[in-house]
Design a protein around this ligand. Structure first.
Ligand code: NAP
Ligand code: HSE
Length: 436
């Protein structure tokens, strides 16, 4: 039984998917049943890395969705619109959808899930988080019996690739970003990668799966690597840490109305060198899931690029194809899956969360300055793990002091920092990064 595939997009991911569908030998037997029927692109004249019959290419994505020969719609075009409307149109036409579009799912996931449940079709999103790493299905199914306490990870391949090459080779930021674009890791607008928005989209999706309810994507505190100063990476290394862009979602409790309270954020973060995420280099991603009773489970692998992402997209297509093959049906949802089982989830006030911090201060190199800084922290009950003055230029107006705190209430920490900023011998708070 042939299953018709319609591709929306033939860029990095789309071409990777087409390559797998066109070369079924040695893969799962069901791949041979998948036939690429129609492909939409923006520019029909652009050279493509895969050879496709000219008649299946078009520049009208709606024609792909509506083509009767297309049984499964694969959305790999990116952006919010028309991607969202095309996904909804496919659902309305009763066609299962596979998408890698985390930007759409993080913002419109609930609308799409509701439409899919009503229509009884699958929308599968394995490629939206972690590239080639299977993380969506494990969170949805394999870890379903757990109470999840925390999901944290390195979930943007571009920034991990940039940070790794800058740390290992001293490579220049702009040159490494250009390499990440050439290798197909970066988003069409790489600001989404370096400003942390892509990781925020992904942690929003993981949060929904891990804790059973969607959160307000726009409210996730997000800081990218574009705000990171290389001297903080150097100082962190001297103190036994590495700096990575970390996204985390931490269970905080249940509020009186029964809503799950969560601390969700994205930020360059100091990791002790022996932390499981510290050894994740290059384009690799890793997601650490902590739950009861499973303990700690880590998922690791290539987080971006044509091959790994296409691997995840094709896995979803095969999942749907397998259900069709087993049931002889149209790949429609079983009624149990279609039931709405979402919970209410909300972000907590970040000031009420417990964090460890790294702070770099520019101060005068004067007697007593470390004591005065220590007193500001002490007055707010902020316990210091280490405080170090780094080599200075010898200019008495110029010293750099780095403080690492124990786990403290963020509200107290911010108040202490405000008092420190007001000290006459403190010129600037140059960096303030969470530490795991
Ligand atoms: P890409 O290389 O920019 O490819 C986008 C494709 O969509 C292109 O073929 C483009 O046509 C086509 N397209 C865009 N808008 C269109 C429109 N309005 N009508 C018709 N065709 C249109 O992007 P990508 O890297 O493959 O990423 C695709 C999606 O996968 C995004 O949602 C991205 O976030 C996600 N993703 C990417 C990766 C990765 O490693 N790259 C990993 C995981 C998820 P032209 O070629 O003619 O311009
Ligand atoms: N731009 C994304 C990244 C692609 O670098 O992780 C994978 O989602």
């Amino acid at each position: 039984m042939t299953i018709g595939i319609g591709l929306l997009g033939l860029g990095t991911v789309g071409a990777g998917v087409a390559e797998i569908l066109l070369t079924p030998e040695g893969r799962h037997p069901l791949v041979a049943d998948l036939a690429l029927k129609r492909v939409a692109v923006r520019d029909l004249n652009r050279p493509r890395p895969v050879d496709l019959p000219a008649e299946i290419l078009c520049s009208d994505p709606e024609a792909v969705v509506n083509d009767p020969a297309v049984d499964i719609v694969v959305e790999v075009m990116g952006g919010l619109e028309p991607a969202r409307s095309l996904i909804l149109a496919a659902i309305a036409a009763g066609k299962p959808v596979v998408t890698a579009n985390k930007a759409v799912i993080a913002r419109y996931g609930e609308e799409i899930a509701e439409a899919a449940a009503k229509q009884g079709v699958y929308v599968l999103i394995e490629a939206a988080v972690g590239g080639g790493i299977p993380i969506i299905e494990p969170l949805k199914q394999s870890l379903g019996g757990n109470r999840i306490q925390r999901v944290s990870g390195i979930i943007n391949g571009t920034t991990n690739y940039i940070l790794s090459r800058m740390a290992d080779e001293g490579a220049a930021y702009d040159a490494v970003l250009a390499d990440a674009q050439r290798l197909g890791y970066a988003e069409a607008d790489p600001a989404a990668d370096v400003e942390g928005g892509d990781a925020a989209d992904k942690i929003a999706i993981l949060t929904g799966l891990a804790f059973g309810g969607s959160i307000d994507r726009a409210a996730i505190p997000t800081q990218g690597i574009n705000s990171l100063d290389s001297c903080d990476v150097t100082y962190a290394a001297q103190l036994g840490y590495v700096v990575k862009l970390v996204a985390k979602a931490q269970y905080q409790g249940i509020d009186p109305a029964g809503s799950v309270e969560l601390d969700v954020r994205v930020s360059p973060t100091l990791l002790p060198k022996d932390h499981p995420l510290a050894g994740v280099h290059g384009v690799n991603n890793a997601i650490l899931v902590e739950g009861d009773p499973v303990g700690r489970v880590m998922f690791y692998g290539p987080g971006a690029g044509a091959g790994p992402t296409a691997s995840a997209v094709v896995a979803d297509i095969l999942n749907i194809a397998g259900i069709r093959a087993a049931t002889g049906a149209s790949g429609q949802l079983d009624p149990l899956l279609a039931a709405n089982r979402w919970r209410s989830c909300q972000l907590v006030d970040p000031g009420e969360t417990l964090q460890r911090y790294y702070v770099r201060l520019q101060t005068g190199d004067q007697a007593g300055v470390i004591g005065r800084i220590g007193s500001c922290f002490g007055d707010q009950g902020v316990s210091i793990r280490s405080i170090v003055q780094f080599e200075t230029s010898g200019d008495p107006a110029d010293a750099e002091i780095v403080v690492i705190t124990h786990e403290v209430l963020e509200r107290n920490f911010r108040q202490a920092l405000a008092s420190i900023k007001a000290l006459p011998d403190v010129n600037a708070v140059c960096a303030c990064l969470p530490t795991l």
